[in-house]
Design a binder for this molecule. Structure first.
Ligand SMILES: C[S@@+](CC[C@H](N)C(=O)[O-])C[C@H]1O[C@@H](n2cnc3c(N)ncnc32)[C@H](O)[C@@H]1O
Length: 264
């Protein structure tokens, strides 16, 4: 966890920026960046206006000051564009201003392009990779995951956003669910219960995993366990949605049953 002073600084700069990362996710990104040793750089794919970039940048400065490459064409994700009926998106000016405000222009290097184009010419080892392209669909996310995870060093970390739904964020922060089938499918097919990964954690909608060359059955088992945990979160989401969509009289009736059950 960031120290109190680090948290205060992080929230001072991250909170005014519009974005989708929850507080625990910001703290985790900060910690992951702070823990980087310098064996590789930090890469973020999908920066929007820079909320998560600020967490990575400040975390890096609190640690070994590893360079953060923030890759984004700044023209929005396909799903986002579709929702806006073709209206153009341009977030680079705000992103730049936010990095300046946070004093991160020497640590964060923006790369204004699409991840697949950048991947072709990429030549630096990566110690921490944060993927947040809002992949609702499986295919584009899968390509990014497979291409970029190969560039992560042994012992390096990948954090993938929008994986499992976080009921806590929905209830406490009033955000909609941010777990999408695309990232879930990526985790099921390539990570959870597969060899090559260890220390898998889920923080709100972000799944964090460490790449490893070692092949230990304990790691695979832990991956299976996290898969079960993720599926339980999906079930809880379905149940929550079912309950919230029920007509008010039915909800009141159920509440009365639960309350009278609790009294006996
Ligand atoms: C959900 S937003 C990122 C939010 C940001 N990480 C935050 O915490 O506020 C997704 C971003 O991905 C970017 N994007 C879409 N397709 C991309 C691609 N192929 N490569 C890199 N970035 C992409 C969009 O421009 C958009 O800014």
């Amino acid at each position: 966890m960031p120290t109190l002073a680090e948290k205060t600084r992080l929230h001072e700069y991250a909170d005014p920026i519009q974005g989708w990362a929850s507080d625990p996710e910001l703290h985790t990104l900060f910690d992951l960046a702070k823990a980087c040793t310098g064996k590789g750089v930090i890469v973020e794919i999908g920066s929007w206006k820079g909320k998560s970039t600020v967490a990575l940048g400040l975390g890096s400065e609190a640690g070994k000051n590893i360079r953060v490459f923030a890759i984004d064409p700044h023209t929005g994700s396909p799903d986002h564009l579709a929702k806006r009926g073709g209206e153009a998106i341009w977030t680079f000016d705000e992103f730049k201003k936010n990095m300046e405000t946070a004093g991160l222009t020497n640590t964060v290097e923006p790369i204004r392009d699409f991840s697949d184009k950048v991947a072709h010419a990429w030549n630096k080892p990566i110690e921490l990779l944060y993927l947040d392209v809002n992949y609702h669909a499986y295919e584009p996310g899968k390509e990014d995951f497979l291409t970029w995870s190969k560039l992560v060093i042994d012992g390096g970390t990948i954090a993938l956003h929008n994986t499992y739904p976080a009921l806590r964020v929905v209830i406490k922060e009033g955000q909609p669910f941010h777990g999408w089938p695309g990232p879930q499918q990526i985790l099921r097919r390539f990570v959870l219960g597969k060899r090559g990964w260890r220390n898998i954690r889920i923080v709100d909608t972000t799944t964090i995993m460490e790449k490893t060359k070692e092949s230990r059955s304990g790691d695979t088992l832990q991956g299976f366990y996290m898969r079960g945990y993720g599926e339980t979160l999906l079930l809880a989401q379905k149940l929550y949605q079912l309950l919230t969509r029920m007509p008010v009289p039915v909800k009141k009736f159920l509440k009365r049953i639960v309350i009278s059950g609790a009294k006996h």
